[in-house]
Design a protein around this ligand. Structure first.
Ligand code: BGC
Ligand code: BGC
Length: 840
């Protein structure tokens, strides 16, 4: 052993570990030099001496150490491992949590009480009580350690209906206001406490370097200094003072800075990818925010899915133990990301001693917890994971639980703020969110004096994003991807349209909403709200910095309005800067509004003047990252970091080139839409015996006339293809010669979704395959004829059956042996579907 790790020399713990350990344990720790670890080459090995040494504000105290050592001494291996394994509420019951002594649960973005994402707040609190009661029940002779619940409250308590939804971090980066950040954190902590959780997986302290990354909006800025300025305040607002104790007595929760390290530094901005950068870049760009986080005593840190120079962080002992714990002094606990351990070299979702040996303390094994628990118990018993390491992980978790005051706090509903529903979405919190919206708006162009909107004007509000709260909130809102929710799911929230309508009327004018721009009365000005639709992991990754083609219609609306002599104010909703030169050219004023959240009224506060004609608020937002002049991620800059106009700034406008500088073929994981394959994809009918017909136009016939393909309507005229199969066997597939890598997506909960209508139920059972790996498609035979339905199969079902998800050339392959008639409109990846086909 060259380097001594903290966990190999536990002070108080040493004694009890030896006592409770038995012979295999001491043998294992003596043997620690031969630990089972993922290989880490020199280029992925950190040199701690080059890194800063922050001051960790929570020194160990003798009383706590003695208490937790005594507790650990009484714990069985099964109980210890239970503390280390975290399960998702979608895959575990309180009874199971009790049986396996689980120390922690989470609700992933798509999980809710009773498998209902949109469950009412009371149900969340009741479920917290149920898990708590199960965890402290000692009737089976256990130690009964209270469980902690982690949630992605990443922009407010954003999984809960009725909560205040704050702007996503990218907008907060534009606001340049650290005090505001702390107030947001305090409000968020209070809202979390109403539903009984103790822990948020926030703040995200990523420093994105490539905004093609779909998660870039979860970061405040691409500038490490700006991110670092915010982090300490956010952690303080959530956890209270750095030296704080008994957090649950106050309005606090524990925080988790994520995702350690360089999640925003991956090649091409690929989600869960690899950061191929020097150690200096790792430290100075991505490591910087961890210094203020540690100085605020952040209780937990979430390890990134991503890797550094080819090694997944979740298995990199040099980053987790040598650097973060031993050198930088982090004395909270490390939690991994959703099944990220399965991506460590040599590991599966069911077993990964390498990650615990590397220094991970709690493994997020959402749906894989039982297998993980079972394997880790065995590995702890046979010394594959030294008992000293297990004890250290448990001690770190218990230390945080003691800091929370969890052992004395009683059941979640009995704690301060729990069930105080007036705090969830409280007017005072919404006021902070609205202030944040105002401060996050960045004015990029302002010509012709159209802003602010004058009193008494008639205003047209157009654009497909004008009256859509889900859209203005983005991903990680009520559902994982932020999709599949409507305005009705946001009680108490204000859409941008509603805010504008109120403000314009308050100033003696009138407003009308016409998303397509067809006004009833000619307006004095038009506000066109447009931009991205919600996305989270995977789904938001782009190949080029452009709005997806299907979202570009509002540009034509702007052009039409402009041609009719109406001044146009463009308000863009997006998680990132995109190539916008055509829109910037046509609009008189252009506002980047990011993902403002539930308080859309903040947009009107700045856009619409008061009754006296004076602005009520000026634009103060500054770009949190540079704005591109082309769609190339490495292309020239149009507006630099820090750019942003005020109402009194007069910047002359020179028409911009409208060349994006890239080719446009980004399928965005939509392989077949409106009845047509995406570029470089094809639709084929085949029989498995060599007869193949590529369908390029309709009507068409295949397999010697056994299959007839025609156009049919779905959403739009001829938006689907109908297949009339006179007799089997017949296969319909969507495929490409350039396979896509869906391995990361398979590890998450993404679905392969086909939007289909069964017109005549199949005579014989059907199967659905990815590549050549089929699974039964019983729902197809059981479908009600004539109804459009989206059918989703979890990608992991195909992965589990052995499909090579790194090279998917056929994401859709439907085979049936007899006569059938069905229509196909779309094939894509998504996180929701009408009918979910279970893994066989
Ligand atoms: C995300 C994390 C999140 C976790 C739990 C992961 O896939 O990367 O940011 O906290 O899931 O939902
Ligand atoms: C969960 C997310 C998680 C993701 C992992 C989803 O089902 O809801 O929280 O981050 O899977 O990829």
């Amino acid at each position: 052993m060259m380097r001594k790790s903290l966990w190999l020399m536990p002070l108080v713990l040493g004694a009890c570990a030896a006592q409770a350990g038995g012979p295999t344990r001491s043998a294992a720790s003596a043997d620690a030099g031969k630990l089972l670890l993922a290989p880490v080459p020199p280029e992925a090995t950190a040199h701690p001496a080059l890194w800063p040494k922050p001051h960790w504000p929570q020194p160990r105290d003798a009383a706590t150490e003695a208490r937790l050592a005594a507790l650990i001494a009484r714990m069985t291996v099964e109980e210890k491992v239970g503390q280390i394994v975290q399960a998702d509420i979608g895959s575990v019951t309180p009874e199971e949590a009790k049986a396996y002594h689980l120390g922690s649960i989470l609700n992933g973005g798509n999980s809710g009480p009773g498998h209902d994402d949109l469950a009412p707040r009371e149900k969340w609190l009741a479920l917290a009580d149920a898990f708590y009661a199960a965890s402290v029940d000692t009737s089976n002779g256990g130690v009964g350690i209270p469980i902690i619940w982690g949630t992605d409250a990443v922009h407010g308590h954003s999984n809960i209906v009725g909560a205040t939804i704050f702007p996503h971090n990218v907008g907060l980066g534009a606001a340049r206001d650290p005090d505001l950040i702390e107030r947001i954190a305090r409000a968020t902590a209070l809202e979390i406490r109403t539903t009984g959780m103790e822990w948020t997986f926030a703040p995200t302290v990523t420093v994105p370097q490539d905004y093609r990354w779909g998660r870039a909006y979860e970061g405040y800025s691409s500038d490490p200094a700006l991110v670092s300025e915010y982090v300490g305040r956010m952690v303080q607002g959530l956890q209270g003072p750095a030296t704080g104790k008994d957090l649950l007595k106050g309005p606090y929760v524990i925080a988790s800075t994520k995702h350690y390290l360089a999640d925003g530094g991956t090649v091409d901005g690929r989600d869960q990818g690899d950061a191929r950068i020097s150690e200096e870049q790792l430290r100075d760009i991505h490591g910087a925010p961890y210094v203020p986080a540690l100085e605020q005593g952040v209780a937990t840190i979430m390890v990134s899915f991503s890797g550094w120079n080819g090694v997944k962080n979740t298995g990199n002992k040099s980053l987790l133990t040598d650097l973060l714990k031993d050198h930088m002094g982090f004395d909270g606990f490390l939690v991994s990301d959703w099944n990220a351990h399965g991506q460590v070299a040599g590991c599966t979702n069911a077993s990964c001693p390498q990650t615990i040996n590397a220094g991970l303390d709690m493994v997020m094994a959402p749906d894989s917890w039982k297998a993980m628990w079972t394997s880790l118990v065995a590995q702890a018993k046979d010394g594959t994971v030294p008992m000293a390491r297990i004890d250290d992980a448990v001690a770190r978790i218990l230390r945080v639980k003691m800091r929370l005051g969890l052992f004395e706090a009683g059941k979640p509903s009995s704690r301060p703020y729990a069930g105080q529903w007036d705090l969830l979405g409280a007017p005072a919190h919404r006021a902070i969110a609205r202030e944040a919206v105002r401060k996050s708006l960045v004015l990029l162009k302002d010509q012709g004096g159209v802003l602010p909107i004058k009193p008494g004007s008639h205003i047209l509000v157009a654009g497909d994003a004008a009256d859509d709260i889900a859209r203005q909130s983005g991903g990680w809102t009520l559902t994982w991807q932020g999709t599949d929710v409507t305005n009705a799911n946001f009680p108490g929230a204000t859409s941008i349209w509603k805010g504008l309508d109120e403000a314009v009327r308050a100033a003696g004018g009138s407003a009308e909403l016409a998303p397509g721009g067809a006004y009833r009365k000619k307006p004095d000005a038009a506000i066109v709200v447009f931009g991205e639709t919600p996305y989270a992991e995977f789904q938001g990754d782009l190949k080029t910095l452009q709005l997806r083609p299907e979202l570009r219609a509002p540009f034509a609306t702007m052009q039409r309005l402009k041609a009719a002599g109406i001044p146009v104010i463009a308000v863009m909703i997006s998680g990132r800067p995109l190539f916008m030169n055509p829109e910037l050219n046509v609009a008189d004023a252009f506002v980047a509004a990011w993902l403002p959240g539930s308080e859309g009224g903040g947009v009107a506060d700045v856009l619409v003047a008061g009754k006296d004609g004076k602005p009520r608020f000026d634009f103060t937002g500054k770009l949190p990252t540079a704005w591109p002049a082309t769609a190339r991620a490495d292309g020239p800059v149009l507006f630099p970091f820090g750019y942003g106009l005020g109402l009194n700034d007069r910047a002359p406008w020179t028409t911009l080139s409208e060349e994006p500088g890239v080719e446009t073929s980004d399928s965005g994981n939509v392989w077949f839409a409106r009845g047509i394959p995406a570029a470089s994809w094809s639709l084929r009918v085949l029989d498995g015996a060599g007869d193949t017909t590529r369908i390029t136009s309709v009507p068409a016939a295949a397999l010697g006339g056994r299959v007839k393909v025609t156009a049919t309507d779905h959403v739009v005229q001829e938006g689907a293809r109908q297949f009339a199969i006179a007799g089997g066997p017949a296969t319909v597939e969507v495929s490409s010669h350039a396979p896509v890598d869906l391995s990361r997506e398979s590890n998450g909960d993404l679905l392969l979704v086909a939007t289909m209508r069964v017109d005549q139920p199949p005579e014989q059972p059907a199967t659905l395959a990815v590549n050549r790996t089929p699974i039964p498609f019983a729902a197809f035979s059981a479908a009600t004829a004539g109804q459009w339905r989206s059918y989703g199969v979890p990608l992991k079902c195909f992965a589990a059956k052995g499909a090579d998800m790194t090279r998917v050339e056929t994401p859709f392959r439907l085979t049936t042996d007899g006569a059938a008639r069905f229509s196909l409109a779309e094939v894509r990846l998504a996180s929701v579907a009408d009918v979910i086909i279970p893994c066989p």
